[in-house]
Ligand binder design. Structure first.
Ligand code: NA7
Length: 578
C-alpha cells in the first residue's frame, strides 16, 4: 500500500447527513481541512434515504432544525408542525448550498475499511470506488438508523412483484393505484406509511408481529402561539430545548407522580397532552418510566384511545401493545394510523397467530392462508447504532478490530471515542443520548465538542487523542447505571440490539438525558480532557485515565427510591443494604 496514491486530508468525515454537514462547516471555520464521503448521491442522510410515503419528522420542526446559525434559522420557514421528508431534504440541500458544503463532499463513495497506522499517527481509509484517503482524524457521521436489518424471508426471490424497503425507497416514488399491497412491520416507518398506502392501493394487508404505541401528531400549519413562542426569542427557545433530557420541550414534570395523583386529574393531564399531540404524553408523570403501575395507567389511557379510533374491537385489541411497557420501545407519532384499520380495503394479519411460512410467486403464505399481492413493502427496521460502524473493516492500534472490541456490545467513552481507536470520533455514537433525544440537538452538541477538541489538538502540534480503557469501562458502567432504574431494558427493542439476531443485548444509548450529558462533556474538557490520553509522537501530553465527572444524583421523588435502589442492587450497581 503506497501512501503516495492516497488523498491526504486532515479530517475525513463519513456521511453527509445533518451530522456530517455541520461537522464539515465547523471544521472549516476552525481552519481544519476536511472532506466528506457519502454513499448516497446527495446530502440529508436519513431524509435522503427514507423516502417512503408519509415519512416525516416526529419532533416539532421548530426544534428539529439547526440552531448554529441565526440567519439560517431566521430565513427558513417550516410549512408544517412536523415537516415531511421532501421538505427536510430541501432543508438539507438549502444548508449545503448556503454554506457551500458540496465542494468538499464526494458522493457515491462508501467507506469499506479504515486502519490506524500508529507510527504515522494517521488513518488509512479505503472506499468502494477505489479512492483511498490518508487522514489524521476519522469522524464517523454514519447515523444511528442508516443500515436496514438483513431481514429476509424464505422464497422472497420467487415473488413476481416488486419488494420495497421503506429505507431504500425508489427516488421516483411508487404508484400503488389498483394494486394489492402487503406491508411487513408496524414500527414508525410502517405506521407513517400505512395510512398513505391504504389511500392509494386497491387493498393493503398489514402483517403485524408486535403492536407499538402511537400518539396523534395533530399535524398541520404551525400554530400561531407555538410560532410566537419561538419567534419572540429563538435563541432562548433553542437553549431551553437543549437544556432538557430529550433535547426538545415536552413540559416534563420531574415531580409529578401518577401514583400520587387523583384519577380525574390524571385523565385531565393525559387528555391535555394527547390533544397537544406527539411525544408530549411522555412528560406527564415522572413515575411512568420507572414504576410499572404508573406506566400501566398511561398504557390503559392509550389502549382506550385505540379502542375509540378502531371500530372493530378485535382489531383494536390486536393493535394494542401487550409485551412492553409504554415508552420502552420508541413510541410512534402518526396521522390517522389507527383509523386506517376502519377502511374496507385494509386488513390486519396477526403474525403471532399465523406466522409467515414463505414468500412465493403470488405473495406471502402464513400458517393460516395464502395472501396474494402485486407489491410488498418491508418496514422491518435497522441495525441500529452500530450497524453502520461495524460494517466497516475498522482497525485501531495493533490491528484491534471494532467487531472484536464490541463483541459483547458497543463500548465507547461518552459515545464519542473508542479505546484503541485514536483520533476516531463517532457523532451520536452508542453510549451517547442520540436516539433518545432530538437528534439535531445531540448532533450539534457532539459536532461542537469534536471541533473544539480538534482545535485544541491543533494548538498542541496536532497531537493525537484516545479514550483510555479505564474511562471507557467507567463510562459503560455509567450508561448502564443511568438506564437500570428505568423500565427501558424491559423491552425487546432496537435500543437493546434485540431486533438483530445474534446482536449482543445491551442498552446502547445514554439514558441520563442530553442536558446532563452536555454538562458531563463540558466538565471532561474543563479538566483537560479527562479520561483521554493525549500524545505527540512518543511524548505523552496528558494521561488522565479515570473518568470522574459523574453527574450529581438527580432529584428523584422519594416514592421512587425503593424501586430504583432495588433495580440498581439487583444489577450489582449498588451494594445491598446490610
Ligand atoms: P422498527 O421500529 O424497528 O420497526 C420494525 C418493524 O418490523 C417492527 O414492527 C418489527 O416487529 C417488524 N419486523 C422486523 N422483522 C420482522 C420479521 N421478520 N417478521 C415480521 N415483522 C418483522 O423500524 P422502523 O423503521 O419502523 O423505525 C425505526 C425508527 O425510525 C423509529 O423508531 C424512529 O426512531 C424512526 P417486532 O417489533 O420486531 O416484532
Amino acid at each position: 500500500m503506497h501512501s503516495t496514491d492516497r488523498i491526504v486530508v486532515d479530517a475525513l468525515i463519513v456521511g453527509a447527513g445533518f451530522a456530517g454537514m455541520y461537522m464539515l462547516h465547523k471544521l472549516r471555520a476552525a481552519g481544519i481541512g476536511a472532506t466528506v464521503v457519502e454513499a448516497g448521491s446527495g446530502v440529508g442522510g436519513t431524509w435522503y434515504w427514507n423516502r417512503y410515503p408519509g415519512a416525516r419528522v416526529d419532533i416539532q420542526s421548530l426544534e428539529y432544525s439547526f440552531g448554529f446559525d441565526e440567519q439560517l434559522e431566521q430565513d427558513w420557514r417550516w410549512s408544517e408542525r412536523y415537516a415531511p421528508q421532501a421538505e427536510l431534504l430541501r432543508y438539507a440541500d438549502h444548508v449545503a448550498d448556503r454554506f457551500d458544503l458540496r465542494r468538499d463532499m464526494r458522493f457515491g463513495v462508501r467507506v469499506t475499511a479504515a486502519h490506524w497506522h500508529e507510527a504515522a499517527q494517521r488513518w488509512h481509509v479505503e472506499t468502494d470506488v477505489g479512492a483511498r484517503y490518508d487522514c489524521r482524524y476519522l469522524i464517523l457521521a454514519t447515523g444511528c438508523l442508516s443500515i436496514p436489518t438483513d431481514v429476509t424471508f424464505p422464497g422472497i426471490e420467487d415473488f413476481q412483484g416488486p419488494v420495497y424497503r421503506t429505507s431504500r425507497w425508489p427516488h421516483e416514488g411508487v404508484d400503488f393505484a389498483g394494486q394489492r399491497v402487503g406491508i411487513i412491520g408496524t414500527g414508525s416507518s410502517a405506521i407513517q406509511s400505512i395510512p398513505i398506502i391504504a389511500g392509494q392501493a386497491e387493498h393493503l394487508t398489514v402483517f403485524q408481529r408486535t403492536p407499538n404505541y402511537s400518539m396523534p401528531a395533530h399535524n398541520g400549519p404551525i400554530p400561531d402561539e407555538d410560532f410566537q413562542a419561538w419567534a419572540s426569542d429563538p435563541r432562548g427557545y433553542r437553549a431551553r430545548s437543549r437544556d432538557t433530557g430529550g433535547g426538545f420541550q415536552n413540559e416534563a414534570r420531574p415531580d409529578a407522580l401518577a401514583m400520587a395523583t387523583a384519577p380525574d386529574d390524571i385523565r385531565t393531564e393525559l387528555e391535555r397532552r394527547w390533544a397537544w399531540g406527539g411525544f408530549r404524553i411522555l412528560g406527564a408523570f415522572a413515575d411512568s418510566g420507572i414504576d410499572p403501575e404508573a406506566n400501566r395507567i398511561v398504557h390503559d389511557f392509550i389502549a382506550e384511545k385505540i379502542r375509540a379510533q378502531v371500530a372493530d374491537p378485535e382489531v383494536a385489541a390486536l393493535l394494542t401493545p401487550k409485551d412492553h411497557p409504554f415508552g420502552t420501545k420508541r413510541p410512534c407519532v402518526d396521522t390517522g394510523y389507527y383509523a386506517t384499520f376502519n377502511r374496507p380495503n385494509v386488513a390486519l394479519v396477526d403474525l403471532h397467530a399465523a406466522p409467515i411460512t414463505t414468500f412465493n410467486a403470488g405473495g406471502i403464505a402464513t400458517t393460516a392462508r395464502q395472501h396474494d399481492f402485486d407489491a410488498i413493502v418491508l418496514a422491518t427496521g435497522f441495525d441500529a447504532m452500530t450497524g453502520a460502524i461495524d460494517r466497516i473493516d475498522l482497525r485501531g492500534i495493533d490491528g484491534l478490530q471494532i467487531k472484536d472490541h464490541w463483541a459483547e456490545g458497543p463500548r465507547t467513552y461518552l459515545g464519542l471515542m473508542v479505546a484503541g481507536f485514536p483520533n476516531m470520533f463517532t457523532i451520536t455514537g452508542p453510549g451517547s443520548p442520540s436516539v433518545l433525544t432530538n437528534m439535531i440537538n445531540s448532533i450539534e452538541q457532539h459536532v461542537e465538542w469534536i471541533a473544539q477538541c480538534l482545535a485544541w489538538l491543533g494548538q498542541r502540534q496536532q497531537a493525537s487523542i484516545e479514550a483510555s480503557a479505564e474511562a471507557e469501562a467507567d463510562w459503560c458502567r455509567h450508561v448502564t447505571e443511568a438506564v437500570t432504574p428505568t423500565l427501558l431494558p424491559q423491552a425487546n427493542s432496537w435500543y437493546m440490539g434485540a431486533n438483530v439476531p445474534g446482536k449482543p443485548r445491551m442498552f446502547m444509548p445514554y439514558a441520563g438525558g442530553l442536558n446532563t450529558y452536555t454538562e458531563i462533556c463540558r466538565q471532561v474538557v474543563a479538566k483537560g480532557y479527562e479520561g483521554f490520553v493525549v500524545k505527540n509522537g512518543d511524548a505523552v501530553l496528558s494521561d488522565s485515565r479515570a473518568f470522574t465527572s459523574h453527574p450529581p444524583m438527580p432529584d428523584i421523588p422519594a416514592a421512587l427510591l425503593p424501586i430504583i435502589i432495588e433495580r440498581l442492587t439487583a444489577a450489582g450497581l449498588m451494594p445491598a443494604a446490610e
